[in-house]
Design a protein around this ligand. Structure first.
Ligand SMILES: [Zn+2]
Length: 243
């Protein structure tokens, strides 16, 4: 369990940098956004929020750096993966939205509340090619979402350029696609302030058999090809979306 350091939050760095020397355990997380960890095998980004701890690979070294500890990537959800009932509920709501004329996308937030996962369908604007929550204040559903999912209605599940622009912050992102077909699709990634790492959907969700994971790679033996940092400019929150 990664513990937040018991430090004055006003003294925390936004982004911190830590070298993990051989024989040392990981130090407490002590940055208010994320921190880079440098080990013998690479550079990793670590972030912590209620219900979610991640260590994602930024750069894996081709040679080991002597005198440093190797670092293991990590995606840990507490109290465990998102239950199947929540995923099925999102799929049902996605089907209803996809059967509208024109078919609509829909966005979902999953909150960590009293050691449980809770599904929220926020107030949102919807179109065939985009959906977006309308509230972004400090106590909004958007800010409190540990996992954010949206549907691509009848289209495939993938992360579009619009998704790269919208998906800032630190959380898990997922897309549901082809929701009205007999095999729906899902794709998942961890996002740490526009640094992304694709991870298998069953690391995040208890998957029912009719939802197929189309996340490419993401296994631990193929780490670096799945990390990327997004250079797409964030969309402005008050941008009107095409309806
Ligand atoms: Zn999308």
């Amino acid at each position: 369990m990664i513990e937040l350091a018991n430090l004055n939050p006003y003294n925390l760095e936004l982004v911190d940098y830590k070298i993990i020397k051989l024989g040392n355990n990981l130090p407490p997380h002590s940055s208010s956004m994320f921190e880079y960890l440098i080990g013998s095998n690479g550079i990793f980004a670590r972030a912590v929020r209620p219900g979610l701890e991640v260590i994602i690979p930024v750069e894996l070294f081709t040679a080991s750096i002597r005198g440093l500890e190797p670092i293991e990537p990590l995606v840990r959800l507490t109290p465990g993966r998102i239950p199947q009932q929540i995923l099925i509920q999102m799929w049902k709501e996605s089907c209803i939205a996809a059967l509208a004329e024109p078919p609509l996308e829909i966005t979902f937030h999953i909150h960590h509340v009293q050691e449980q996962w809770q599904l929220v369908i926020p107030e949102q604007t919807q179109s065939s090619g985009q959906c977006r929550a309308t509230e972004y204040g400090l106590d909004s559903s958007y800010i409190n979402a540990t996992v954010e999912v949206h549907s691509h209605n009848r289209m495939a599940a993938f992360f579009s350029g619009a998704d790269d622009a919208d998906e800032g912050g630190f959380r898990i992102f997922a897309v549901l696609g082809k929701v009205t077909e007999s095999s729906a699709e899902i794709i998942c990634r961890v996002g740490v302030y526009r640094q992304f790492w694709h991870v298998p959907a069953d690391w995040i969700f208890e998957l029912p058999s009719f939802i197929v994971d189309v996340t490419v790679g993401g296994e631990k033996d193929d780490l670096i090809s799945n990390f990327y940092s997004c250079s797409v400019a964030p969309s402005l929150l008050d941008d009107p979306i095409e309806l």
